[in-house]
Design a protein around this ligand. Structure first.
Ligand SMILES: Nc1ncnc2c1ncn2[C@@H]1O[C@H](COP(=O)(O)OP(=O)(O)OP(=O)(O)O)[C@@H](O)[C@H]1O
Ligand SMILES: [Mg+2]
Length: 161
């Protein structure tokens, strides 16, 4: 895993699905070790880029030992973990951002919780601002994971990685 670190950006080369899960695990561990009460994480990248794979590694590293499935149809999946509540959202099928009101999403992102959001572009202005954006790009069958911090919470997180 190669790594380039600027002050608010981090770029990691990921070889396969297992390495992507490990990357999610590293971010989860950084949240716990920096004692952040919550975080808004936006996951971007084309279909099949590895967003759900990253989320699976993250959620399991937080102590959830069940199956982590894609929230493509449910739009949101809650996970109770010993450290914090995690909400995993996939907004690909959202037909308009107002639908987020039915998911009580605005309440969730105010709480001390972690939201992992796939396809955040679909949420428009209804989304709470991100602390960190993660952009996954295909490099052949490998991936480049670019993390950008966009808040002081995000800065604290990136410093731990
Ligand atoms: N380098 C890699 N990084 C991540 N995933 C990889 C890599 N190489 C192969 N894969 C595989 O690609 C697939 C990625 O699927 P995943 O569901 O995580 O994508 P996604 O970004 O969530 O897609 P969607 O937009 O449809 O929700 C998995 O089957 C994973 O094992
Ligand atoms: Mg997905």
């Amino acid at each position: 895993m190669s790594k380039i670190n600027n002050y608010n950006k981090l770029s990691i080369r990921i070889d396969d699905g297992l390495a992507m899960e490990a990357c999610g695990k590293q971010v989860a561990e950084a949240i716990v070790s920096s004692k952040l009460p919550g975080a808004q994480i936006h996951l971007m990248g084309e279909l099949g880029a590895g967003k759900t794979t990253f989320a699976r590694g993250f959620i399991q590293a937080m102590g959830y030992d069940g199956h982590v499935k894609s929230p493509t149809y449910t739009l949101i999946e809650p996970y109770e973990t010993p450290y914090v509540m995690i909400y995993h959202l996939d907004l690909y099928r959202l037909s308009n951002p107002e639908e987020l009101e039915f998911l009580a999403y605005r309440d969730l992102c105010q709480e001390n919780s972690i939201c992992l959001i796939e396809w955040p572009e679909q949420g428009g202005k209804m989304l709470c601002t991100a602390d960190i954006t993660i952009n996954i790009v295909f490099i052949g069958d490998k991936r480049e994971v670019g993390m950008t911090s966009v808040s002081s919470v995000g800065d604290r997180l990136l410093q731990r990685l």
